[in-house]
Design a binder for this molecule. Structure first.
Ligand code: ZN
Ligand code: ZN
Length: 317
Protein backbone atom coordinates (compact mmCIF):
# COMPACT_ATOMS: atom_id res chain seq x y z
CA UNK A 1 0.00 0.00 0.00
CA UNK A 2 2.86 2.30 0.82
CA UNK A 3 4.23 2.54 -2.70
CA UNK A 4 0.88 2.93 -4.40
CA UNK A 5 0.11 5.99 -2.27
CA UNK A 6 -0.07 8.73 -4.94
CA UNK A 7 1.29 11.46 -2.68
CA UNK A 8 4.49 9.62 -1.83
CA UNK A 9 4.89 8.57 -5.42
CA UNK A 10 4.86 12.19 -6.59
CA UNK A 11 7.22 13.32 -3.83
CA UNK A 12 9.73 10.69 -4.78
CA UNK A 13 9.88 11.71 -8.39
CA UNK A 14 10.08 15.47 -7.97
CA UNK A 15 12.32 15.75 -4.88
CA UNK A 16 15.53 17.31 -6.27
CA UNK A 17 17.56 16.42 -3.17
CA UNK A 18 17.18 12.70 -3.70
CA UNK A 19 20.52 10.91 -3.52
CA UNK A 20 20.11 9.05 -6.79
CA UNK A 21 20.08 12.36 -8.63
CA UNK A 22 23.58 13.12 -7.50
CA UNK A 23 23.01 15.61 -4.70
CA UNK A 24 25.00 15.31 -1.50
CA UNK A 25 21.99 16.09 0.64
CA UNK A 26 20.24 13.24 2.34
CA UNK A 27 17.22 11.87 0.57
CA UNK A 28 14.18 11.83 2.83
CA UNK A 29 13.55 8.23 3.78
CA UNK A 30 10.00 7.11 3.14
CA UNK A 31 7.87 6.91 6.32
CA UNK A 32 9.16 3.96 8.33
CA UNK A 33 6.31 1.57 7.98
CA UNK A 34 8.30 -1.37 6.67
CA UNK A 35 10.86 -3.44 8.52
CA UNK A 36 14.45 -2.29 8.33
CA UNK A 37 13.68 1.30 7.37
CA UNK A 38 15.95 2.62 10.10
CA UNK A 39 18.82 0.50 8.86
CA UNK A 40 18.08 1.70 5.37
CA UNK A 41 18.23 5.37 6.29
CA UNK A 42 21.38 4.81 8.34
CA UNK A 43 23.04 3.23 5.30
CA UNK A 44 22.03 6.19 3.16
CA UNK A 45 23.53 8.60 5.65
CA UNK A 46 26.78 6.63 5.79
CA UNK A 47 27.07 6.77 2.03
CA UNK A 48 26.34 10.49 1.90
CA UNK A 49 29.01 11.11 4.51
CA UNK A 50 31.60 9.24 2.49
CA UNK A 51 30.59 11.12 -0.63
CA UNK A 52 31.09 14.36 1.27
CA UNK A 53 34.70 13.74 2.36
CA UNK A 54 35.70 12.49 -1.07
CA UNK A 55 34.02 15.38 -2.81
CA UNK A 56 35.54 17.96 -0.41
CA UNK A 57 39.05 17.16 -1.64
CA UNK A 58 37.76 16.98 -5.22
CA UNK A 59 36.12 20.38 -4.94
CA UNK A 60 39.27 21.88 -3.44
CA UNK A 61 41.26 20.31 -6.22
CA UNK A 62 39.07 21.87 -8.89
CA UNK A 63 39.55 25.31 -7.37
CA UNK A 64 43.13 25.14 -6.12
CA UNK A 65 44.62 22.27 -8.10
CA UNK A 66 46.62 24.57 -10.33
CA UNK A 67 48.55 25.92 -7.33
CA UNK A 68 49.81 22.46 -6.36
CA UNK A 69 53.56 22.01 -6.60
CA UNK A 70 54.51 19.00 -8.74
CA UNK A 71 57.47 16.85 -7.60
CA UNK A 72 57.24 18.36 -4.13
CA UNK A 73 59.57 15.71 -2.69
CA UNK A 74 62.27 16.60 -5.17
CA UNK A 75 61.72 20.30 -4.52
CA UNK A 76 62.25 19.84 -0.77
CA UNK A 77 65.31 17.67 -1.35
CA UNK A 78 66.81 20.20 -3.75
CA UNK A 79 66.79 22.59 -0.77
CA UNK A 80 67.92 20.15 1.93
CA UNK A 81 70.77 18.38 0.12
CA UNK A 82 72.80 21.52 -0.77
CA UNK A 83 72.19 22.94 2.71
CA UNK A 84 73.43 19.64 4.19
CA UNK A 85 76.60 19.72 2.10
CA UNK A 86 77.31 23.33 3.09
CA UNK A 87 76.56 22.62 6.76
CA UNK A 88 79.27 19.93 6.78
CA UNK A 89 81.82 22.73 6.43
CA UNK A 90 79.88 25.65 7.89
CA UNK A 91 77.55 24.35 10.62
CA UNK A 92 76.46 27.90 11.50
CA UNK A 93 74.62 28.16 8.15
CA UNK A 94 71.67 26.41 9.79
CA UNK A 95 71.15 28.99 12.54
CA UNK A 96 69.39 31.74 10.55
CA UNK A 97 67.03 29.35 8.76
CA UNK A 98 65.66 27.39 11.73
CA UNK A 99 62.09 27.95 12.88
CA UNK A 100 62.35 29.70 16.25
CA UNK A 101 58.92 31.25 16.90
CA UNK A 102 60.20 33.96 19.29
CA UNK A 103 62.52 35.22 16.52
CA UNK A 104 59.69 35.05 13.97
CA UNK A 105 57.71 37.32 16.28
CA UNK A 106 60.67 39.73 16.27
CA UNK A 107 60.33 40.06 12.50
CA UNK A 108 62.37 37.17 11.06
CA UNK A 109 59.43 35.88 9.05
CA UNK A 110 61.52 33.94 6.52
CA UNK A 111 62.11 31.32 9.21
CA UNK A 112 58.51 30.16 8.74
CA UNK A 113 59.49 28.89 5.30
CA UNK A 114 63.23 28.30 5.41
CA UNK A 115 63.04 25.70 8.18
CA UNK A 116 61.78 23.24 5.58
CA UNK A 117 65.30 23.35 4.11
CA UNK A 118 66.99 22.31 7.37
CA UNK A 119 68.49 18.87 6.69
CA UNK A 120 68.70 16.09 9.29
CA UNK A 121 71.75 16.78 11.45
CA UNK A 122 73.31 13.32 11.34
CA UNK A 123 76.34 11.65 9.75
CA UNK A 124 76.61 11.22 6.00
CA UNK A 125 75.39 7.62 5.87
CA UNK A 126 72.24 8.35 7.89
CA UNK A 127 71.62 11.53 5.92
CA UNK A 128 71.93 9.62 2.65
CA UNK A 129 69.50 7.03 3.96
CA UNK A 130 67.12 9.78 5.04
CA UNK A 131 67.19 11.55 1.65
CA UNK A 132 66.91 8.27 -0.19
CA UNK A 133 63.89 7.06 1.76
CA UNK A 134 62.16 10.43 1.57
CA UNK A 135 62.64 10.63 -2.19
CA UNK A 136 61.57 7.06 -2.82
CA UNK A 137 58.46 7.02 -0.63
CA UNK A 138 57.42 10.58 -1.40
CA UNK A 139 57.47 10.05 -5.16
CA UNK A 140 55.48 6.83 -4.86
CA UNK A 141 52.85 8.50 -2.66
CA UNK A 142 52.59 11.42 -5.07
CA UNK A 143 52.16 9.05 -8.01
CA UNK A 144 49.46 7.16 -6.13
CA UNK A 145 47.52 10.13 -4.77
CA UNK A 146 48.17 12.69 -7.44
CA UNK A 147 50.05 15.95 -6.92
CA UNK A 148 47.21 17.83 -5.24
CA UNK A 149 46.43 15.26 -2.52
CA UNK A 150 50.10 14.85 -1.75
CA UNK A 151 50.46 18.62 -1.45
CA UNK A 152 47.49 18.79 0.94
CA UNK A 153 48.96 15.96 3.02
CA UNK A 154 52.29 17.78 3.41
CA UNK A 155 50.63 21.16 3.92
CA UNK A 156 48.55 19.84 6.83
CA UNK A 157 51.73 18.52 8.47
CA UNK A 158 53.48 21.84 7.87
CA UNK A 159 50.69 24.03 9.25
CA UNK A 160 50.18 21.80 12.29
CA UNK A 161 53.91 21.77 13.04
CA UNK A 162 54.22 25.55 12.76
CA UNK A 163 51.15 26.02 14.97
CA UNK A 164 52.48 23.58 17.60
CA UNK A 165 55.91 25.24 17.60
CA UNK A 166 54.45 28.52 18.84
CA UNK A 167 53.49 26.83 22.09
CA UNK A 168 57.19 26.55 22.93
CA UNK A 169 58.49 29.76 21.30
CA UNK A 170 62.08 29.51 22.56
CA UNK A 171 62.78 26.08 21.08
CA UNK A 172 63.64 25.52 17.41
CA UNK A 173 60.94 23.45 15.69
CA UNK A 174 61.79 20.24 13.90
CA UNK A 175 60.79 19.45 10.34
CA UNK A 176 60.88 15.73 11.04
CA UNK A 177 57.19 15.62 10.12
CA UNK A 178 58.26 15.66 6.45
CA UNK A 179 59.91 12.24 6.44
CA UNK A 180 57.83 10.88 9.31
CA UNK A 181 54.41 11.42 7.81
CA UNK A 182 55.59 10.16 4.42
CA UNK A 183 57.06 7.08 6.08
CA UNK A 184 53.88 6.37 8.06
CA UNK A 185 51.62 6.84 5.04
CA UNK A 186 53.87 4.70 2.85
CA UNK A 187 54.10 1.94 5.46
CA UNK A 188 50.33 1.94 5.80
CA UNK A 189 49.87 1.51 2.05
CA UNK A 190 52.77 -0.85 1.35
CA UNK A 191 53.48 -2.60 4.68
CA UNK A 192 55.40 -5.51 3.16
CA UNK A 193 57.88 -3.37 1.27
CA UNK A 194 61.50 -4.21 2.20
CA UNK A 195 63.92 -1.38 2.98
CA UNK A 196 67.65 -2.09 3.14
CA UNK A 197 68.85 -0.27 6.23
CA UNK A 198 72.52 0.63 5.81
CA UNK A 199 72.36 -1.62 2.73
CA UNK A 200 72.84 -4.53 5.09
CA UNK A 201 69.70 -5.15 7.08
CA UNK A 202 66.63 -5.83 5.01
CA UNK A 203 63.61 -4.71 7.00
CA UNK A 204 59.94 -4.57 6.17
CA UNK A 205 58.74 -1.00 6.21
CA UNK A 206 55.84 -1.92 8.53
CA UNK A 207 58.34 -2.77 11.30
CA UNK A 208 60.05 0.61 10.90
CA UNK A 209 56.65 2.28 11.15
CA UNK A 210 55.73 0.17 14.20
CA UNK A 211 58.99 1.24 15.82
CA UNK A 212 58.14 4.88 15.07
CA UNK A 213 54.63 4.48 16.54
CA UNK A 214 56.14 2.82 19.61
CA UNK A 215 58.59 5.68 20.13
CA UNK A 216 55.73 8.19 19.68
CA UNK A 217 53.61 6.40 22.24
CA UNK A 218 56.50 6.33 24.69
CA UNK A 219 57.30 10.02 24.16
CA UNK A 220 53.62 10.89 24.51
CA UNK A 221 53.70 9.10 27.85
CA UNK A 222 56.90 10.53 29.33
CA UNK A 223 57.15 13.86 27.49
CA UNK A 224 55.82 17.29 28.37
CA UNK A 225 52.96 18.99 26.57
CA UNK A 226 55.23 20.68 24.03
CA UNK A 227 56.60 17.36 22.92
CA UNK A 228 53.17 15.78 22.86
CA UNK A 229 51.79 18.56 20.71
CA UNK A 230 54.65 18.46 18.24
CA UNK A 231 54.24 14.69 17.88
CA UNK A 232 50.50 15.17 17.47
CA UNK A 233 51.19 17.77 14.78
CA UNK A 234 53.42 15.45 12.80
CA UNK A 235 50.88 12.60 12.74
CA UNK A 236 47.76 14.74 12.31
CA UNK A 237 47.83 14.44 8.52
CA UNK A 238 48.16 10.67 8.77
CA UNK A 239 44.99 10.42 10.84
CA UNK A 240 43.13 12.91 8.65
CA UNK A 241 43.89 10.83 5.58
CA UNK A 242 43.62 7.34 7.01
CA UNK A 243 41.57 7.69 10.20
CA UNK A 244 38.25 6.85 8.57
CA UNK A 245 39.72 3.83 6.84
CA UNK A 246 41.38 2.63 10.05
CA UNK A 247 38.12 2.97 11.99
CA UNK A 248 36.34 1.08 9.24
CA UNK A 249 38.91 -1.71 9.35
CA UNK A 250 38.69 -1.89 13.14
CA UNK A 251 34.90 -2.22 13.01
CA UNK A 252 35.22 -4.85 10.31
CA UNK A 253 37.72 -6.95 12.23
CA UNK A 254 35.62 -6.63 15.39
CA UNK A 255 32.67 -7.98 13.40
CA UNK A 256 34.80 -10.81 12.04
CA UNK A 257 35.88 -11.73 15.56
CA UNK A 258 32.29 -11.74 16.75
CA UNK A 259 31.28 -13.99 13.86
CA UNK A 260 34.18 -16.32 14.60
CA UNK A 261 33.19 -16.40 18.27
CA UNK A 262 29.62 -17.37 17.39
CA UNK A 263 30.91 -20.03 15.02
CA UNK A 264 33.05 -21.55 17.77
CA UNK A 265 30.17 -21.46 20.24
CA UNK A 266 27.98 -23.21 17.69
CA UNK A 267 30.63 -25.83 17.03
CA UNK A 268 30.68 -26.69 20.70
CA UNK A 269 26.93 -26.98 20.85
CA UNK A 270 25.65 -30.59 20.88
CA UNK A 271 24.13 -31.80 17.63
CA UNK A 272 21.67 -34.20 19.27
CA UNK A 273 19.71 -33.46 22.41
CA UNK A 274 16.80 -35.40 23.84
CA UNK A 275 13.70 -33.28 24.05
CA UNK A 276 12.58 -34.92 27.29
CA UNK A 277 15.67 -35.43 29.47
CA UNK A 278 18.19 -33.14 27.75
CA UNK A 279 20.92 -35.78 27.35
CA UNK A 280 23.30 -35.00 24.48
CA UNK A 281 25.85 -36.95 22.48
CA UNK A 282 28.46 -34.97 24.43
CA UNK A 283 27.17 -35.92 27.89
CA UNK A 284 26.42 -39.52 26.80
CA UNK A 285 28.78 -40.45 23.96
CA UNK A 286 27.60 -44.06 23.77
CA UNK A 287 23.93 -43.29 23.52
CA UNK A 288 22.11 -43.47 20.19
CA UNK A 289 19.84 -40.54 19.42
CA UNK A 290 16.89 -40.80 17.10
CA UNK A 291 14.31 -38.50 15.59
CA UNK A 292 10.59 -39.24 15.90
CA UNK A 293 8.75 -39.08 12.59
CA UNK A 294 5.34 -39.07 14.26
CA UNK A 295 6.01 -35.87 16.24
CA UNK A 296 5.49 -32.48 14.61
CA UNK A 297 8.88 -31.04 13.66
CA UNK A 298 10.68 -34.42 14.06
CA UNK A 299 12.33 -33.69 17.43
CA UNK A 300 15.28 -35.64 18.84
CA UNK A 301 14.98 -38.31 21.57
CA UNK A 302 17.36 -40.53 23.45
CA UNK A 303 17.17 -44.37 23.38
CA UNK A 304 14.75 -44.43 26.31
CA UNK A 305 12.45 -41.63 25.31
CA UNK A 306 12.12 -42.45 21.63
CA UNK A 307 9.58 -45.15 22.59
CA UNK A 308 8.30 -43.45 25.70
CA UNK A 309 6.92 -40.02 24.90
CA UNK A 310 3.69 -38.39 23.92
CA UNK A 311 3.82 -37.38 20.26
CA UNK A 312 3.59 -33.68 19.57
CA UNK A 313 0.41 -32.92 17.70
CA UNK A 314 0.61 -30.96 14.47
CA UNK A 315 -0.73 -27.48 15.21
CA UNK A 316 -3.52 -26.82 12.76
CA UNK A 317 -3.40 -23.43 11.08
ZN1 ZN B 1 15.72 -38.80 27.01
ZN1 ZN C 1 6.98 -38.83 18.79
Amino acid sequence: MLFTDPEIGIKKTVDPTAGALGGNRLPKPPPGRYAGSRVFSWLLRLDAERAFTVSLLDKLQRRLGRFAIPHLTLAILSLQVPVYVISLFQPQVLEPIRLVPSLVLQGEFWRLFTFVAVPPEVNIILAYLHFNMFYFMGTILEAQWGTFRYNVFMLVGYVATVAASFLAPELPASNAFLLLSVLLAFAYRYPEFVVNLYFLFPMRVKWIAMLAWGVFAWMMYVGDWNLRLSIGASVLNFFLFFGREILHRMRWSARQMELRRRELVQQNQPRHQCRICGKTEQSHPRMIFRYCSKCAGNPCYCEEHIYDHEHIEEVSV
